[in-house]
Ligand binder design. Structure first.
Ligand code: G3I
Length: 378
C-alpha cells in the first residue's frame, strides 16, 4: 500500500507543491517501495559520515547509493599496480550498514582515466593486447573485490557521440570496437551475478538513442552479458519532454533490458552561453543569466521545477515494470556538480540546508497518483 501525500493543496486544476517538512511526509524510498529503488550519488564526506546534514537524509530517504567519484579509475588505481581501496571500502560498508543496494560507477570511461593506462613507459601508445590486459586487471581487481556486495556496475560509460557513432576514445582507438564487449565479459567473469550496465547521457536525443540501440542489439546478439541501460538523466527545464523520455524508456525496454535513471538532476539556471534565441539583450548579459538564481530560487521557478519533476516521475512510474532504479546525482543542491563555475544551481529535491523543496512534495505526490492510476485501471 502506498502512503498518501502530505499537505499538498489543489487550487482548481493547478497543483501547488508545498515545502513539506521531511519528518511529516513519507520518505522517497517508502513512497516508491513497490515501484523502483530510489538512489543518490554520494560523495566522500557522506559515506565517511562527516556531512552531518546529508547523512541523515541519505539514510532516511534512499535505498540505493552510487559513488559520485571514488570508484573512477583515477581514484582507485592512480598508478600502475597500485590500488587504493580506502574510500571504496568505506563506501561499500556504508551501503551495507544501511541495507542499501550498492552500485559501482564506473569501470571503462574516456574521462578520469590516468594517461599511463594508454602509454608505455617511454610515452608511446600501448598496443591492443597490453591495453586489454590492463583493462582485465583493473576490472578483475575492482569488481572481484566487491563480488556479491556491489549489486550493479556501470561497466562502460559514455561510449557514444551525439550522432550515435562510437566515440574515438583511447579505448576505441587502441583496442577497437570490441573494447565494449570485452569490458562486459571481464566484469561478468569477475562477478557472474552482478548487473552490468551501459550508461550514457542524452539518450533521449534520437540519433544518440538509435546508436545506443544498435550497439546494445549487437552486444545482445553476440551474447555479451549486458543486463541494463542507464539513462543518466541530466535534464533541463524544457528537455527532454515527457514524451521523449517515454519513447526512450520504451525503446530500450523493447530490447529486453532493464532501464535505470542513473544520474537524475534538472539544471534550472538559464543557459550560461549560446542562448538558444537571437535575443541581443540576453546575449549581452551572459553573467547575469548564468547565475540568475544566486540568491535563491523564486517561488514561480520552484513550482515549475516541482511540476517538471512530477511530469518526469509520471513517466518513470508508467514504466515501472522495466525501470528498476531512479538515482539522483547528489543529495542536496549544495552537493551538485551543476554548481560548476561558481553558479548557484538548484537541481535536486533538497535545498542547501537539507530542507525538502516543493519538488520533493511533487515527487512524493506522483507516487500516490501512480498508485491511484494503477488501482483504477480497468
Ligand atoms: O579530489 C580532487 C581534490 O583532491 C582536488 O583538490 C579538487 C580540486 O578541483 O578536485 C577534486 O576532484 C574533483 C572531483 O570531482 C571530486 O570532487 C574534480 O576536480 C572534478 O572534476 C570532479 O568532477 C566530477 C566529474 O564527474 C568528473 O569526474 C563530479 O564531481 C561528478 O559529479 C561528475 O559526475 C559525472 C558522472 O561520473 C558521469 N556522468 C556525468 C556526471 C556529471 O558530469
Amino acid at each position: 500500500m502506498r502512503l498518501a501525500p502530505f499537505a499538498s493543496v489543489l487550487f482548481g486544476a493547478v497543483a501547488i507543491y508545498a515545502a513539506v517538512p521531511a519528518h511529516t511526509s513519507p520518505t522517497l524510498k517508502e513512497a516508491f517501495r513497490d515501484d523502483f529503488l530510489i538512489g543518490a550519488a554520494v560523495n566522500r564526506r557522506q559515506f565517511f559520515e562527516d556531512d552531518l546534514r546529508g547523512v541523515p537524509l541519505i539514510k532516511a530517504q534512499f535505498n540505493s547509493i552510487t559513488p559520485e567519484n571514488i570508484l573512477k579509475w583515477e581514484f582507485v588505481h592512480a598508478l600502475p599496480g597500485r590500488y587504493n581501496f580506502d574510500a571504496p571500502d568505506r563506501y561499500v560498508a556504508f551501503g551495507e550498514t544501511n541495507h542499501m543496494t550498492i552500485i559501482g560507477h564506473t569501470l571503462v570511461w574516456h574521462e578520469r582515466t590516468p594517461k599511463w593506462v594508454f602509454q608505455n613507459e617511454d610515452g608511446t601508445r600501448v598496443d591492443r593486447e597490453t591495453l586489454l590486459r590492463r583493462m582485465h586487471d583493473h576490472i578483475q581487481t575492482v569488481v572481484g573485490r566487491y563480488q556479491g556486495r556491489i549489486k550493479g556496475w556501470d561497466v562502460v560509460n559514455e561510449a557514444l557521440n551525439e550522432d550515435g557513432t562510437l566515440r574515438q576514445s583511447p579505448w576505441m582507438k587502441i583496442i577497437g570496437e570490441d573494447y565494449i564487449a570485452k569490458a562486459f565479459e571481464y566484469a561478468h567473469e569477475a562477478d557472474p551475478k552482478a548487473d552490468l550496465h551501459y550508461n550514457d547521457y542524452s539518450l533521449e536525443k534520437e540519433p544518440k538513442r538509435n546508436g545506443a540501440i544498435a550497439l546494445l542489439q549487437k552486444l545482445k546478439a553476440r551474447g555479451v552479458p549486458v543486463t541494463g541501460v542507464g539513462l543518466q538523466g541530466h535534464m533541463k527545464m524544457d528537455w527532454p519532454t515527457p514524451e521523449e523520455e517515454d519513447a526512450t524508456i520504451a525503446a530500450f525496454a523493447k530490447l529486453g533490458l532493464k532501464v535505470m535513471i542513473t544520474e537524475l538532476d534538472i539544471d534550472v539556471v538559464p543557459a550560461t552561453q549560446k542562448n538558444r534565441t537571437a535575443d541581443i539583450a540576453q546575449n549581452a548579459q551572459p553573467h547575469a543569466e548564468s547565475n540568475a538564481y544566486a540568491d535563491g530560487l523564486p517561488q514561480a521557478v520552484q513550482q515549475a521545477l516541482a511540476k517538471r519533476y512530477a511530469d518526469l516521475f509520471a513517466v518513470f512510474l508508467k514504466h515501472r515494470e522495466v525501470v528498476n532504479r531512479v538515482t539522483f546525482w547528489g543529495v542536496t543542491d549544495g552537493d551538485s556538480w551543476l554548481n560548476f563555475r561558481a553558479r548557484v544551481n538548484h537541481p535536486l529535491l533538497f535545498d542547501r540546508s537539507g530542507q525538502p523543496k516543493p519538488a520533493f512534495d511533487a515527487v512524493i505526490r506522483s507516487a500516490a497518483q501512480g498508485a491511484h492510476a494503477t488501482e483504477t485501471k480497468p
